[in-house]
Design a protein. Structure first.
Length: 288
């Protein structure tokens, strides 16, 4: 949209006729997100508080619609990218988040691990090194003091504060591990995702959505990367009848874990009474 037309539309934003305002709003919202730069420039030069307020709302709606569209496209992919899903979710609250900056921070962690490992190490020994760098050096941990803080769910905030919830910490851990080439996959364990270190390729069965895999061991990212054997996991599940199911042992798709993180974010905003954000995010989670 050219500046002249945009300025003409902006001039109508304070029109007392609701029909006129809705027409202007609809036309602006139909534009590409690049229009945000123009809107911000007009906001900076405007002295009308009503127009500034409505421009702010328009920018938020445009950003939300763009994020929702990108998450929908992401969810429709046959094999989703875990980092992209986490990043897009974080852009809901931080639309100006820079991809390169976030990736550089992740690569710094994985590089520190890489410098400490060699091909002579066993899989278990490599995970021990990863745990040391991730938990002891970088001090990542569960935010027990503020479990329901929305900031626990945003990638940039977790990287900055070193705090997250059980799901975001598990995702961050998996991203670092995969950057190093470790065959890490999620286990959809209630409230506390586990990771499976898998030997070889994960293959789908000929029928159904179950997976066959050779899991060497399980990892609990919520407990400083504690290693869990199959028998230990079986004993725990047997003590909890509601968990008696095959899915507690086998890998799930990455999109399942991203959806759980989104549901956790909704719960956080719900606890704070931010109903508008709950409604926004609920529309997104329904697409996954």
């Amino acid at each position: 949209m050219d500046n002249e037309k945009l300025h003409a539309l902006i001039a109508l934003l304070d029109d007392p006729d609701r029909t006129v305002f809705e027409m202007v709003e609809k036309e602006i919202l139909a534009e590409d997100p690049v229009i945000i730069n123009q809107l911000e420039q007009i906001w900076e030069t405007s002295l009308d508080e009503l127009i500034q307020s409505r421009i702010e709302n328009l920018i938020q709606q445009i950003q939300f619609n763009d994020t929702r569209k990108k998450i929908k496209n992401w969810s429709n992919e046959k094999e989703v990218d875990l980092f992209e899903g986490f990043f897009l979710l974080s852009r809901y609250q931080y639309p100006d988040l820079k991809l390169k900056s976030i990736k550089n921070k992740l690569r710094k962690i994985s590089s520190d691990v890489w410098l400490e490992i060699s091909n002579k190490l066993t899989s278990l020994e490599k995970i021990t090194v990863l745990n040391h760098i991730f938990y002891d050096v970088n001090k990542f941990s569960i935010n027990l003091k503020n479990v329901l803080s929305p900031q626990n769910c945003y990638l940039n905030q977790v990287l900055e504060t070193k705090k997250g919830n059980t799901i975001s910490i598990a995702i961050l851990y998996a991203l670092v591990a995969r950057e190093l080439g470790f065959p890490i996959h999620f286990i959809d364990f209630p409230k506390n995702p586990l990771l499976a270190y898998i030997d070889g390729e994960v293959a789908k069965k000929a029928h159904g959505d179950n997976y066959e895999s050779d899991v060497l061991f399980y990892i609990n990212p919520s407990n400083k990367g504690a290693i869990i054997g199959r028998k230990d996991l079986e004993r725990f599940i047997k003590r909890n009848d509601q968990l008696e199911q095959d899915s507690m042992y086998e890998p799930c798709e990455d999109r399942v874990i991203v959806k759980k993180l989104l549901e956790s974010l909704i719960e956080s905003y719900e606890s704070l009474g931010y109903q508008n954000k709950v409604e926004d995010l609920s529309r997104i989670v329904n697409m996954l």
